[in-house]
Design a binder for this molecule. Structure first.
Ligand SMILES: *[C@@H]1O[C@H](CO)[C@@H](O)[C@H](O)[C@H]1NC(C)=O
Ligand SMILES: *[C@@H]1O[C@H](CO)[C@@H](O)[C@H](O)[C@H]1NC(C)=O
Ligand SMILES: *[C@@H]1O[C@H](CO)[C@@H](O)[C@H](O)[C@H]1NC(C)=O
Ligand SMILES: *[C@@H]1O[C@H](CO)[C@@H](O)[C@H](O)[C@H]1NC(C)=O
Ligand SMILES: *[C@@H]1O[C@H](CO)[C@@H](O)[C@H](O)[C@H]1NC(C)=O
Ligand SMILES: *[C@@H]1O[C@H](CO)[C@@H](O)[C@H](O)[C@H]1NC(C)=O
Ligand SMILES: *[C@@H]1O[C@H](CO)[C@@H](O)[C@H](O)[C@H]1NC(C)=O
Length: 483
């Protein structure tokens, strides 16, 4: 766009021509921004108002190929088996997660203010002993090397029974017929996980605020946790969003209160954990930037929580970071070109410093590791698929895959003073090619033909895989008192 404008003719040409050029480029720009994303997220863009969640979004059946295809991320190839390996397809780090930073609004900023009024009684003496024990156990037991075992008592909540699952993850309601994917329990090799007990979880949360911070993967986990806890409540109306908000991908902040336990479970969206901003370029257009050295605005909310669960990662790709051009920022300096992986490292260090400075021994902080995607035969925007997968992977190279970004997280956590518990779930997710919504991220019941052009092989159906992550959190909390 910039070049078009600078090459625009001189004053001698009619001003109308300039206007035309501008309009055309504007059109191209917004198209480019909207197209290369999964249908479930295009609905959040301000040019394209949020549809009724029951109605399939029209974009979702679009067969148009997006104009820009990203290069494959070779470090993250997750492969189903060796025959697929040879075709050089399979997992490409998803760019399908969450909204497009180009078009994202900060609309959730305005709705937040009231949360200061939220009355959650702090226990006057926070028992930091439980935190210490949780951390010790979380770090001592390797819960992450293990296997999925079939368990007919699963899922923990019935599909369709939970009002907090948004359409994108509500696979059974959307027409998915197979059910086996909900019947797997994660079984560590070296330690026993306690059976999930929602009442007990809530008792342990009494007087506390649990906050999930991150991208739509964490929203996925957040909805799962709400469902797992909701299931156990004898009186369901004693749990509610304090502002009456319904969960949608367009909103960035939710606080659910459990009245009988004086506790909350909250989510705040923060794609990068560091601060997104904008700059005005030479042509007067507003472009996104990311300050690697400044913590995200939502951090003021992080401070108030007692238990925090962070994630980031899926947005650290070319397509979501302006291809690293004039995007990454340090101080006032905007790098003309900067590598997304190095930016990720610096941002996480910023996060680590913030945690070290602002968290005390009464807080329990988790970082939930990278959740793997499974695209077969293409990428998320070019026909990659996981449709028809009904069983976890049993063997193969795919299971060993461990992304470089996870190594960076490990490094950063090791250098920190504050003892963050790494929920190292990546390996467990590698197995679960059967757990994604694929085409069931929207209601396809009754449709004659289901489009397989764009599938969601990044997020997870609920009930499903994120339930296991919450069981790990529960196990960590529960360990504090059984040790
Ligand atoms: C590997 O994938 C290919 C293509 O999806 C399939 O035909 C083949 O049966 C698979 N092999 C194994 C061992 O799963
Ligand atoms: C999905 O669509 C079918 C057929 O149009 C409809 O009967 C069903 O109620 C829909 N399900 C949901 C969860 O909206
Ligand atoms: C779950 O926890 C509650 C509260 O600690 C306890 O009363 C109950 O017996 C537990 N249920 C099971 C099945 O262990
Ligand atoms: C459930 O909770 C609501 C709100 O506190 C209350 O009005 C209602 O009476 C309760 N219902 C039962 C059956 O206890
Ligand atoms: C919860 O908080 C309310 C006031 O906000 C208080 O009256 C009540 O005793 C508390 N309940 C428990 C179980 O701590
Ligand atoms: C892999 O490539 C072979 C031939 O090169 C082709 O027949 C097969 O369909 C491909 N498999 C996938 C999953 O793309
Ligand atoms: C996390 O799990 C991977 C295996 O998937 C392992 O290689 C790595 O060392 C683990 N990291 C930590 C900190 O336990």
């Amino acid at each position: 766009m910039a070049t078009t404008l600078t090459r625009a003719p001189h004053k001698t040409l009619p001003i109308i021509f300039l206007l035309l050029v501008f309009l055309v480029t504007l059109l191209l720009f917004s198209k480019r921004s909207i197209d290369p994303h999964l249908p479930i997220y295009t609905s959040t863009d301000p040019y394209n108002p949020l549809p009724d969640p029951q109605i399939p979004h029209p974009d979702s059946i679009s067969t148009e190929k997006p104009p820009i295809l990203e290069p494959k991320s070779t470090d993250l190839e997750l492969l189903n088996n060796d025959s697929i390996l040879k075709n050089e397809t399979g997992f490409v780090e998803s760019e399908s997660v969450d909204q497009n930073p180009f078009v994202e609004s900060n609309s959730d900023e305005s709705e937040s203010v009231k949360d200061d009024d939220l009355i959650v009684e702090k226990s006057s003496v926070l028992d930091d002993e439980w935190v210490k024990k949780s951390v010790d156990w979380g770090r001592g037991c390797n819960m992450y090397s293990g296997k999925w075992v079939r368990d007919d008592e699963y899922p923990i909540y019935k599909p369709g029974s939970c009002p907090f699952v948004d359409e994108a993850f509500d696979c059974q309601a959307n027409g998915r017929a197979d059910e086996d994917y909900m019947k797997w329990r994660w079984q560590p090799d070296q330690c026993e996980l306690p059976r999930f007990n929602a009442t007990d979880f809530l008792v342990r949360l009494r007087g506390k605020r649990l906050l999930l911070v991150g991208d739509s993967m964490n929203r996925n986990q957040f909805e799962s946790l709400l469902c797992m806890l909701y299931e156990s409540l004898p009186n369901k109306s004693k749990m509610y969003e304090i502002n009456g908000n319904k969960i949608t991908k367009g909103r960035g902040y939710f606080v659910f209160k459990f009245e009988d336990y004086n506790c909350t479970v909250e989510f705040v969206r923060s794609h990068f954990l560091v601060r997104e901003g904008t700059r005005i370029n030479g042509q007067g257009n507003s472009n996104p930037t990311l300050s690697m050295d400044v913590i995200d605005k939502s951090a003021r909310r992080w401070k108030r929580a007692d238990i925090l669960v962070f994630n980031t990662g899926h947005w650290w790709v070319h397509g979501k970071t302006s291809r690293g051009k004039n995007y990454f920022k340090e101080g006032d300096y905007i790098y003309p070109k900067f590598d997304a992986v190095e930016a990720f490292r610096r941002a996480l260090k910023t996060w680590g410093k913030w945690i070290d400075k602002n968290m005390n021994q009464n807080k329990l902080v988790f970082y939930r590791g990278y959740s793997s995607a499974h695209f077969r035969g293409g990428e998320w925007d070019s026909g990659g698929t996981c449709h028809g997968e009904t069983d976890p992977i049993k063997t193969g190279r795919i299971i060993e895959t461990y992304p470089p970004k996870m190594k960076i997280i490990e490094e950063v956590i090791q250098e920190m003073r504050f003892p963050v518990v790494l929920l190292n779930v990546t390996r467990s997710t590698n197995f679960r090619k059967d757990g994604h919504p694929s085409v069931y991220g929207k209601n396809v019941t009754g449709l004659k033909k289901v489009s397989t052009k764009k599938e969601d092989c990044s997020h997870w159906c609920l009930p499903g895989v994120p339930d296991a992550w919450n069981e790990l959190i529960y196990a960590t909390l529960a360990a504090a008192q059984t040790n």
